[in-house]
Design a protein around this ligand. Structure first.
Ligand code: ATP
Length: 137
């Protein structure tokens, strides 16, 4: 079996994940990618989405990530992101409130400028993605 790789997920505020993983799946801008031990190094930006990985015991973990990029080296994956939370740390009520706020802003967008709509859509995507991460088993 392949050795574990090191997974680090870091935001400006905190270290969200720092542990060994058997496999890491990440939402790359060019599509979902998986990293196992010994792959070719690469660097990519990430979409707002979900990082999934198997920890050293084989348990499946899910992490919300937004505004990030990933550096994948043969034995490690480092993700730097604007925001990230482990599934268990996602506050569902906060995400639902953010979703409602964003929907409201998009609904009123006829009178607003385009930048606000882009921001509201990005906030909507973050909220929906957080809620979908919570629903993964
Ligand atoms: P909100 O409008 O609720 O702040 P947001 O999508 O604008 O949501 P972000 O800018 O992505 O929030 O994140 C700001 C900080 O708040 C980050 O530290 C992020 O981890 C945290 N955060 C945001 N939403 C949640 C949530 N639902 N549960 C846990 N932490 C959250």
């Amino acid at each position: 079996m392949a050795d574990n790789i090191r997974l680090e997920v870091v935001t400006p505020e905190k270290i969200v994940v720092s542990e060994a993983a058997q496999i890491v799946m990440s939402p790359g801008s060019e599509g979902e990618f998986g990293v196992l031990d010994g792959h070719t190094p690469f660097l990519t930006t990430l979409k707002t989405g979900m990082i999934r990985y198997k920890d050293s015991t084989g348990a499946e973990r899910a992490v919300f990530v937004s505004g990030g990029f990933a550096e994948a080296l043969p034995d490690r994956v480092t993700v730097l992101a604007e925001s990230a939370e482990r599934r268990k740390d996602i506050n569902v009520d906060r995400a639902k409130a953010a979703l409602a706020r964003a929907e409201d802003r998009i609904g009123k967008s006829l009178s607003d400028n385009e930048i606000d709509v882009v921001r509201a859509k990005a906030a909507l995507l973050r909220a929906m993605t957080r809620l979908s991460v919570v629903q993964t088993r």
